[in-house]
Design a protein around this ligand. Structure first.
Ligand SMILES: Cc1ncc(C[n+]2csc(CCO)c2C)c(N)n1
Length: 223
């Protein structure tokens, strides 16, 4: 069994709940209040600034020029393509780039990015990939799920663009590349090592769920 098949089985209950989360279903059926979505976009923008650094660290830890080039490509894609989606949504609400960039990350957002950056700093390339993988894989799954469950969601005047981006073949092939790389890197690894990777993967999968929940609840610093 491929290591990523094992991860897919283990994460199934978390993803089932994620797909049913009211924030996610609200994007799908178009009922999510726009203010909630904008709050998510702002938190996600500062999340992506930190997250992009993981790809930069991937270029440093890569063991071949091919892998190094691929990580540099995803880094570019995130900064120029994915974050452009956020900048465009913000523009529709007259939110300036400066305001977007200066969004104060919530406790959950910070905990999530710090967890990944810490695993990436102190761990192997496999650890780095296992920690960052749910971010890409879960969005690809959500994009496909929403497109299938809500057939008109792709053409929704506000949320359609979001769904088209995350269900796109382009995002799918980036995720598949990462899955193949992790399967390659984990071949022949001991059960003890695999368990550490699975633990990173499940922890950040739970953080993905918490990110949706945090923007739905409107989490803020209390003092
Ligand atoms: C909390 C959160 N989790 C996942 C993504 C999705 N995402 C982030 S980077 C990347 C790959 C290439 O840009 C993808 C799919 C997000 N935006 N925010």
């Amino acid at each position: 069994m491929k290591f990523t098949d094992r991860l897919f089985e283990a994460v199934h209950p978390i993803w089932e709940q994620t797909h049913m989360h009211p924030f996610v279903t609200g994007i799908g059926d178009g009922t999510l209040p726009k203010e909630s979505f904008i709050c998510y976009m702002k938190q996600d923008y500062v999340f992506l600034i930190d997250y992009a650094k993981l790809f930069a660290m991937g270029t440093v830890k890569a063991k071949s020029l091919e892998t190094m080039t691929a990580f540099a490509g995803i880094l570019h894609e995130t900064l120029h393509h994915e974050m452009e989606l956020h900048r465009q949504y913000a523009e529709r609400f007259q939110i300036t780039r400066e305001e977007l960039e200066n969004t104060k990350a919530t406790p959950t957002n910070l905990a999530y990015t710090r967890y990944m950056l810490s695993a990436a700093h102190s761990g192997s390339l496999e650890e780095l990939i296992s920690a960052l993988l749910p971010c890409m894989w879960s969005y690809w799954e959500i994009g496909k799920h929403l497109k299938h469950r809500y057939p008109n969601s792709e053409i929704h005047p506000f949320y359609g663009e979001w769904i088209r981006m995350y269900s796109s073949e382009e995002f799918g092939s980036l995720t598949k590349w990462l899955l193949d790389l992790l399967d390659d890197l984990t071949e022949g690894k001991s059960e003890r090592e695999l368990r550490i990777l699975e633990d990173h993967f499940l922890t950040t999968s739970r953080f993905e769920y918490m990110f949706w929940d945090m923007v739905y609840a409107g989490e803020e610093w209390k003092v």
